[in-house]
Design a binder for this molecule. Structure first.
Ligand code: NAP
Length: 287
């Protein structure tokens, strides 16, 4: 029998720690493992109503991702102690991790694949980009000429926040309807295929998860331009070319967890609640 109102939070970074606090504040029984306290153990894990794995679930060596813990734990040995009746979720689930779960008849749900979480995460990501730009630019955002590549969840949230502070924001995108949408919001539009004739910008923010900034485009950026790649690895920047050109460029991964771990954790908590209530509504095939 699993305890329907009990959560286990296994491993993870500051977000997982915040998540454990938030779940406890909501009145749930919460146990943690590999979140810093070495005295934690896995006794009772097989009774868990919901087990929350971190993002990513595991390291390349098959260990539970647990940067806050001095010890280490093999993911496989944890899975051997889990009941198939528990609801299991984790973030950025790879095929290898999925296979480990499948081999034990366990089903892992990926909260990072959920649209509501991606939308919620765009907010701290955009604020983090703004924070980095403020820290690194010698000018105000109001005076900045900003190029945002891509106009999806992160691109839109980022472009609108820079624009709200008075920056002159241009959005580069591949589809004309995307450019029209950006223009309808008071932003300038630049077709992606015209990137090679890039005008001068103080900040370039890439959100496109594809190689869009190669040697030609990077060669158009001035030495004072700040380039931030927000897209997940491998991102959109030719880093060898950026280094060769001596650009002020860096990738900025994992911003939600870095700049707003509590907000990021609250978004994960809400997403898990949605997934749980959907799974409770699932009717088994044949019924
Ligand atoms: P999204 O909503 O899917 O938006 C992606 C944008 O990139 C869209 O405008 C899309 O255009 C464009 N795009 C995708 N592939 C393209 C290609 N091959 N050529 C040209 N344009 C292309 O994604 P998102 O949620 O904004 O996330 C964007 C990236 O940021 C992802 O890599 C995500 O993992 C990452 N991310 C990073 C952080 C961080 O902390 N740095 C936080 C959250 C997310 P179309 O609409 O035409 O497809």
């Amino acid at each position: 029998m699993t305890e329907t109102r009990s959560y286990w939070v296994l491993g993870g970074d500051a977000r997982s720690r915040e998540l454990a606090h938030l779940l406890a504040e909501d009145g749930y029984l919460v146990r943690t493992y590999c979140l810093g306290d070495l005295s934690e153990d896995l006794v009772g894990l097989d009774q868990a109503g919901c087990v929350v794995f971190p993002m990513p679930v595991s390291t390349k060596d098959g260990l539970l991702f647990a940067p806050l813990c001095e010890g280490e734990a093999a993911l496989a040995s944890i899975l051997d102690r889990i009941s198939p009746h528990s609801f299991l979720c984790g973030g950025r689930v790879t095929e290898a991790v999925e296979a480990l779960f499948r081999a034990r008849q366990l089903r892992l749900h990926d909260y990072l694949r959920r649209e509501e979480l991606a939308i919620a995460n765009a907010v701290p990501t955009a604020e983090g980009a703004l924070q980095l730009a403020m820290e690194q630019l010698p000018i105000t955002i109001q005076d900045a000429r900003v190029l945002v590549l891509g106009f999806g969840r992160v691109g839109m949230a980022t472009a609108l926040r820079f624009a709200a502070l008075g920056a002159k924001v241009t959005v580069a995108a591949r589809r004309c309807e995307t450019l029209a949408l950006a223009q309808s919001m008071g932003l300038r539009g630049l077709p992606l295929e015209e990137l090679w004739m890039l005008p001068v910008f103080d900040v370039v923010l890439n959100t496109i998860p594809a190689p869009v900034l190669g040697p030609v485009e990077l060669g158009k950026l001035g030495p004072d331009c700040l380039l931030l790649d927000l897209a997940s690895a491998p991102g959109g920047v030719d880093w060898a070319a950026a280094r060769r050109l001596g650009l002020n460029a860096r990738s900025a991964p994992g911003l939600p967890g870095k700049v707003a771990p509590r907000t990021a954790a609250a978004a994960i908590r809400d997403t898990i609640y949605h997934m749980l209530s959907e799974s409770e509504r699932e009717v088994p095939i044949g019924n």
